[in-house]
Design a protein around this ligand. Structure first.
Ligand SMILES: [Fe+2]
Length: 430
């Protein structure tokens, strides 16, 4: 069955153009460093509350808290401060995992009735991404979300509302500081992930509260942490780097390696590790948001959607293949050797890369996460079903926006072979 492909980046001409430019066509002669105002710590809400009080007239003080059934428990810490400044609020808990498009319209409808000046997202990546899209449909209902062009187009948001405040309850997606929203096109069978990008999606204010992430269960800690790891390392080895993005990404990698194993093992008992992981995920968010993630995200989005695998686990699995694939044409990975305590000495490039890739695999497996599909436990995938779905896996990865920004031009054939190698962990040799 031929499926409808509504997103602009799925058009063949766009893929060809990006291929010709080595993944850089959209960037052209411009680079950007976009981020939120960032506050961390217990006094942050007081400071932000004062800002809202000073900049929004009393009669306009309305905030919509966007959250889900699991993270709504944190809303009360925020509403206390809203009450303090006389801000009317509503709490909408309708966010669903992976952002099915229908939920965006539901949120926008509430905005249309309540007319908030502030949207406060409290939750993980899906809550952040839903808020970004609700903001679009509230402000500009006429906009076709599949045709929002990053880098050169502006939507014209924040005419009806003033602030988008992001308060994450996981440490991984970086969505609290990125210009990216990942949503699910439920009209396709199986549903497909779509990435929508705009500078205007970046939250105006990001608040990091360690209390909101400290009770994450071990699996979520590990999977979201691997998402941050894959953002930072995938972006670092890409050709979109800049000293600014490199600083964010290399520090994030260093922090994740040191603190993710502790956060995974000790959970709420190790607050220092939780704090560092919050900041590492945010830095990786700025790092990849201002460059591009690795093709692990194209591969991982596809596997995740087709076999219902957690995003972080899925992209974590493909991280090593993405690096091995790009390392065929770049030496940027060498700059990361000190982080992994690898001495160059007089080793050959081949020996060094073997050591480097083994260090990454060891790090991922030390967290009980898989580096090949056949070792996956959550869910288990049989060889038959994996290879039976190979065409669809390939098609979804090739149609992913991330595939466009790879500096090695991607093709269905390349994606297919990487999927084949990833079944039992074969090293990429092409
Ligand atoms: Fe991600």
């Amino acid at each position: 069955m031929v499926q409808k492909k509504p997103a602009w980046y799925e058009a063949t001409i766009i893929k060809d153009m990006m291929g010709l430019m080595g993944g850089r066509a959209l960037r052209g002669g411009m680079s950007h460093f976009i981020s939120s105002r960032i506050y961390q710590g217990k006094a942050s809400l007081l400071r932000v509350a004062h800002l809202l009080e000073a900049t929004i007239d009393k009669e306009d003080r309305r905030a919509l808290i966007i959250t889900d059934l699991f993270t709504q428990k944190y809303a009360k810490y925020v509403t206390e401060y809203l009450e303090m400044i006389g801000m009317e609020y509503r709490i909408w808990t309708g966010v669903e995992p992976e952002v099915p498009i229908s939920t965006i319209y539901e949120g926008a409808k509430i905005c249309e009735e309540f007319k908030p000046q502030v949207l406060i997202a409290i939750g993980g990546g899906s809550v952040m991404d839903t808020t970004k899209m609700v903001m679009v449909k509230y402000e500009k209902p006429e906009v076709n979300i599949f045709m929002i062009l990053p880098y050169f187009g502006s939507i014209g948001l924040r005419k009806k509302m003033k602030y988008f405040i992001a308060i994450p309850t996981t440490s991984g997606t970086g969505s609290e500081v990125t210009q990216i929203a990942v949503i699910t096109d439920t009209d396709r069978d199986p549903p497909k992930k779509l990435e929508i990008l705009s500078d205007e999606f970046c939250a105006d204010i990001t608040i990091l509260f360690t209390d909101f992430v400290k009770d994450m269960p071990p699996f979520l800690t590990m999977a979201t942490g691997l998402d941050a790891f894959s953002h930072a390392i995938g972006a670092f080895v890409s050709n979109w780097g800049s000293p600014f993005a490199d600083a964010m990404n290399s520090t994030a990698i260093k922090e994740v390696i040191k603190y993710l194993p502790r956060a995974y093992k000790y959970g709420a008992k190790d607050i220092e590790a939780r704090e560092h992981m919050q900041m590492a995920a945010l830095m990786a968010g700025i790092g990849f948001g201002n460059t591009t993630p690795g093709i692990d995200h194209a591969l991982g989005h596809s596997l995740g959607k087709i076999f219902n695998v957690h995003h972080g686990l899925s992209v974590g699995l493909f991280t090593i293949y993405s690096i091995m694939f790009q390392a065929q044409v770049t030496d940027r990975w060498k700059l990361l050797l000190p982080i992994f305590d690898i001495q160059e000495d007089s080793k050959s490039r081949e020996e060094l890369f073997k050591e480097f890739s083994q260090a990454i695999k060891d790090f991922i497996t030390s967290l009980d996460a898989p580096v090949c599909v056949k070792d996956m436990k959550n869910p288990e995938i049989t060889k038959e079903e994996y290879f039976e779905k190979l065409d669809l896996l390939t098609e979804y990865a090739d149609d992913d926006a991330v595939a466009l920004t790879s500096f090695r031009t991607m093709s269905k054939k390349l994606f297919r072979t990487i999927f084949e190698y990833a079944w039992d962990g074969k090293d990429i040799d092409f």
